[in-house]
Ligand binder design. Structure first.
Ligand SMILES: [Zn+2]
Length: 236
């Protein structure tokens, strides 16, 4: 190879690398979808296959797992965020910053949701799938309708790679305890590592997100340290 063609080859490789990184970032932000598998509920492919194995094992023990939320794209998260912001500021007359702190107890800023990655699942008991407002902590506690599912997940989910993301450690900051939300560690750990390489300040598309004028540098730093990083240590 002469100098000219080596240089050309080098530039092509750089370009592929750059597009690859850009694509990975788009996937992490929910703008582009990872390779997804599933019919109505979609998951990243390795997560999907691990879930199927776990679902079969649960069935043998008489437990019917049901996913109510899996992959969620950027637009969907934006809709959730903006709807909550409107509700909290208009219906409940909260100051914008108070509304934001209320939203980030359970919901993420669009572009930063782990549900964008296709590795996260929100689990209920299929036998009670007609129930309204399923994702409530009390339903997973003793006497709650999802207690049995929760007990089964406590004893078995980690064998299949699924870890509770926002655990009940009282010292943990960030999102509230979500007894229904599990993450497929073998893939999501890699996704998190990649995500942390990005600049959150640039990544958050302020012009599309209600209340984003209140996302100061300190706010974003705190959000990163608490909401993104203060998770189950097994997922880091
Ligand atoms: Zn979730």
């Amino acid at each position: 190879m002469n100098l000219k063609s080596s240089l050309l080859f080098f530039l092509i490789i750089c370009n592929i690398n750059f597009s690859q990184q850009k694509m990975n970032l788009d996937i992490l932000q929910g703008i582009k979808n990872p390779v997804l598998v599933g019919d109505t509920i979609k998951l990243e492919q390795n997560t999907y296959h691990a879930f199927i194995k776990m679902e079969e094992a649960a069935k043998k023990d008489g437990i019917n797992l049901k996913i109510v939320s899996a992959h969620r794209g950027y637009e969907r998260q934006k809709f959730i965020w903006n709807r909550k912001f409107k509700k909290f500021t208009e219906e409940y007359s909260l100051e914008p910053i108070k509304a934001i702190y209320e939203i980030i107890k359970y919901s993420t800023i669009p572009g930063t949701s782990r549900h964008h990655w296709g590795t996260e699942i929100d689990i209920i008991d299929e036998d009670f799938s007609d129930e309204e407002n399923v994702l409530m902590s009390s339903k997973y506690e003793k006497k709650g309708i999802f207690y049995e599912v929760k007990q089964w997940m406590n004893s078995n989910s980690e064998k299949f790679g699924f870890y509770i993301t926002y655990n009940n450690d009282p010292e943990r900051k960030g999102f509230e305890h979500e007894p229904w939300h599990y993450s497929y560690a073998p893939v999501s750990k890699k996704m998190l590592a990649l995500f942390l390489k990005s600049d959150l300040k640039k990544l958050i598309k302020k012009d599309e997100i209600n209340g984003s004028e209140h996302f100061t540098e300190e706010f974003i730093e705190k959000y990163k340290n608490e909401n993104i990083l203060d998770i189950n240590p097994n997922l880091k």
